[in-house]
Design a protein around this ligand. Sequence first.
Ligand code: SF4
Length: 384
Amino acid sequence: MLDWIGALRRVEALEDVDFDEALIENMARRWAALPRTSNSRINFYTPTFKSYQSSEIASCGKNAWPALSITGSDCKLQCDHCKAKILEPMIPVRTPENLWRTVNQLIEDGAQGMLLTGGSNHRNEVEYGPFYSTIRRIKDEFPQFKIALHTALVDDDMARAMEQSGIDAAMMDVIGAQETITQVYHLKRKVEDFELTLESLVNTSMKVVPHIVIGLHYGHLRGEWTALEMLQRHVPDAVVLVVVMPQYAPAKRPFVTPDPHEVGRFFMDAREALPNTPLLLGCARPSGMVKLQIDSYAVMAGISGLAHPADGVVELAARLERSVKITPACCSIAVGEEVMALDDADDTLELDLEAILAHERQNRRPVFAKHSALAGIKVVGDNA
Ligand code: SF4
């Protein structure tokens, strides 16, 4: 069996990073026992590989995949990790007429799709009712324009209304701990309501891509494993994993940074629980040393897609003999691009990855120039 710790230690960008070696050995054993499927390869999403920089998240993909909010920046829930701040940079479309006009303009400017969302009412529902006929009109007029909808909580009727309006992909956060729903979301709903929502959505023809926000309980992992069990009972098209970034948390309810080793353990459990489901790591995750740890564990656990990889992580995937693909797009959680990219293999670049990595490392960190990087390691630019 390949020596994972040895492979990891050969990646210079990761040489000062603290890893749990027992966990890595455990992951190597469990990975070896998993069936090889199309999920065994890993797709890195970067705007362009050559000009890519980890700190450039804000500049990516906005024109092609804008995010629109039907409530502007208003949200009744004011969850502790968000305080509705996620809505602030979005394009406000508070009326159906405004939505229609805005989408027409966006398409003229080159948009391929959008994320449509909005703030919640006190029941964690986004009130899309008045917008469905306009969404239908958009899909009838521009069938190629993809729409990912953040559904929040729904029942069967609401899910069917979304389906009938032509929504391509439905997204929701799956929460598995009652105390997180009550305390972080300030919400009087049950864990079962999240499972019923999932069930209603997977019973439609929409692509269903739920999110698990890891560390949602003030930075601690609580309901994540229960959320996984819910997903095993109602298997979606893909799952997006996000690590909480609590920069908006109020001082009196602070979040800790999630333990990266525990996050790594959860990645592996998720991979085993859903072996045939694409698992995508969204770009929202803490930065710095923790990102290096989290991204490395994600690669080791067999995450299928990863947005904005940290330095050294593409090389790590290659050294672990993964089939590596590069999609030259920003895979922002906010615009749902990962979801659409699942269907869009034509956008995947077949690159001479060895040469590009060597070039990147020489340019970015001259200390690497003395090494010939990936010589001898099989790297696949997979277009399949
Ligand atoms: S419901 Fe959504 S937008 Fe509103 S505060 Fe909570 S996470 Fe943010």
